[in-house]
Write a protein that binds this ligand. Structure first.
Ligand code: IPE
Ligand code: IPE
Ligand code: MG
Length: 248
């Protein structure tokens, strides 16, 4: 019996977001180069995607590369870009076996051509899958995402297609990368860091946050189950009182 058996499937989150952190420190702790940690992190990605698919969670969003990560040493950035393409290609079997649809969002135009091609091939090949949607946030910055949303809405106002008074939270959500998806109810960050690092600032408004000291390359299905179990014990009040929530 695994921890998954203890999970109440009815109350599972519909969307989990993960800041996969600690690859570099994990590698350095064993006297290896940082990229070794990134490579080992692929196993954790596979385990989490499989676990979510098995639990029938509809959306998993992984923070794979931030807009700020472009300022890392060139060698590391290059290695990460190659690892990304290699992974989406070599994991095609995992996607097929688990009916996973791959999706990517962020400033994708900033990725090298070979990377965009590899990603778009993998997305096309999995487009008909109906299980888990696996979002990869790439060259992603939540502030840049919101700047783009504001621009889009401003253009619609300027062209007379939208009245300023009609702009509401729904209009904004519909212009984000996650349009049509539920907001993540659970956000996990590994490696002991307790910050958001410009990830999904709009979408995480009411997410339960879960921080674990486990480094990303060590993160296993069991750790995901632990995070979900902890999430299931939290009382989500959305501004109401505990008494109001317990009535239902
Ligand atoms: C997360 O691990 C992966 C990426 C940001 C691409 P890090 O590379 O940030 O690892 P640490 O935080 O330096 O240990
Ligand atoms: C956040 O991790 C970005 C990703 C996991 C891709 P970082 O390791 O880059 O975040 P900071 O710089 O420590 O906040
Ligand atoms: Mg880090």
């Amino acid at each position: 019996m695994t921890a998954a058996d203890f999970i109440d499937r009815q109350k599972l989150p519909k969307h989990i977001a993960i800041i996969m952190d600690g690859n570099g420190r994990w590698a350095r702790a064993q006297g290896m180069k940082r990229i070794f940690g990134h490579r080992e992190g692929v196993r954790a990605v596979r385990e989490c995607a499989e676990a979510c698919a098995e639990l029938k969670i509809p959306y998993l969003t992984l923070y794979a590369f931030s807009a700020e990560n472009w300022s890392r040493p060139k060698e590391e950035v290059n290695a990460l870009m190659h690892l990304l393409v290699d992974t989406v290609t070599s994991e095609m079997d995992t996607f097929k076996r688990n009916n996973i649809r791959l999706n990517a969002f962020g400033a994708l135009n900033d990725l090298p051509d070979y990377c965009r091609r590899g990603l778009s091939n993998a997305m096309n090949e999995t487009a008909h899958h109906t299980g888990l949607t696996l979002n990869l946030a790439l060259s992603y910055s939540a502030r840049n995402e919101l700047v783009n949303v504001v621009r889009t809405l401003a253009e619609r106002v300027q062209s007379g297609n939208l009245k300023p008074e009609d702009i509401d939270a729904e209009q904004i959500a519909a212009s984000t990368y996650t349009s049509g998806m539920p907001d993540p109810e659970l956000m996990i960050r590994t490696s002991g860091e307790q910050r958001i690092s410009n990830f999904l600032l709009w979408q995480l408004a009411y997410a339960e946050l879960y921080f674990t000291p486990v480094m990303w390359p060590d993160f296993k299905k069991e750790h995901l189950y632990q995070a979900i179990s902890e999430y299931l014990t939290r009382e989500r009040r959305f501004g109401k009182t505990g008494e109001q929530i317990q009535k239902f």
